[in-house]
Design a binder for this molecule. Structure first.
Ligand code: GLN
Length: 269
């Protein structure tokens, strides 16, 4: 049983500093660091200053699996679980039993690793530009006991495309925040790597470049699935259309915001 007085003191310190999830966050910290009040209090103070809970704990859940996280990677979001559902659906409906799937801008590797967990016969390729993030992906593959192919490479380089085989599916949660959004980030998000968030002035740089560069690595009728920012889906649809993708569909996250754009590569190049 935790020391109630101390617990309440921690919750109220967080509350005073505007942390809405003060009770939950305090509970998580107490659970992870039992009987070390000094450590607990230093973490509570850090959380009260706006530092993300997930980095303090060093681990976070995505699709029911544990993932190591640190300041080198974007924190896995529940919204991103939609991408997993959509890929799993596509594989099931189209009888893709051992698909080749690339996860571009892999970050913590939460998408790549989860896909391997859900589709064990798939061949998964995770591509990530940050060397420190690549270390996190490796850790997460080991933590979840899966084998995936990890490439430390820039997804915007044509050399990278050549290193991968022809693919059934490309999935990508690119940096997509606009300059305006970067200027008004929630305190917690300011601790995440800007390189994982900023998608250029209009937020669409990665969609434009990745679509044009990677379309030829997809097999005929292969799928490209993007996570998208709030309100970006029409622009992304346009980009996909210009690059000869068809069957462009949208799907919504738990907040009913369109969060995924899915498309198929045209049969004749
Ligand atoms: N969804 C993230 C946010 O709201 C952004 C992640 C991204 O750019 N891919 O902060």
């Amino acid at each position: 049983m935790v020391n109630n007085e101390f617990f309440r003191e921690c919750v109220s310190l967080m509350k005073k500093n505007g942390i809405d999830s003060a009770y939950f966050d305090t509970k998580c910290i107490f659970e992870d660091f039992p009987e070390d009040n000094e450590k607990i209090f230093s973490l509570v103070k850090k959380r009260a200053s706006g530092y993300p809970l997930q980095y303090l704990l060093g681990q976070w859940e995505f699709y029911g699996y544990p993932f190591r996280v640190n300041e080198d990677v974007l924190i896995p979001r529940a919204d991103t679980e939609l991408l997993i559902e959509n890929v799993v659906d596509i594989c099931r409906k189209n009888n893709l039993s051992s698909p080749k799937i690339a996860d571009l801008c892999s970050g913590s590797g939460c998408i790549a690793v989860t896909l391997k967990k859900q589709i064990p016969s798939a061949e998964i390729y995770a591509v990530e530009i940050s060397e420190k993030a690549v270390e996190v992906i490796r850790e997460n593959a080991v933590l979840n006991d899966v084998e995936i192919n990890i490439f430390h490479a820039d997804v915007l380089e044509s050399e990278t495309v050549k290193k991968l085989p022809e693919l059934d599916i490309i999935v990508c949660n690119p940096p997509y925040l606009t300059q305006e959004e970067m200027d008004g980030l929630q305190k917690e998000v300011t601790f995440e790597p800007p390189s994982a968030l900023f998608g250029g002035t209009d937020g669409l740089d990665f969609y434009r470049k990745i679509t044009a560069l990677w379309k030829n690595s997809l097999l005929k009728n292969g799928w490209l699935l993007y996570e998208s920012g709030d309100g970006q889906h029409k622009d992304i649809k346009n980009i996909l259309g210009k690059n000869n993708f068809y069957n462009i569909t949208f799907s919504r996250d738990l907040n009913h915001i369109i969060r995924n754009v899915t498309a198929q590569k045209q049969e004749d190049k």
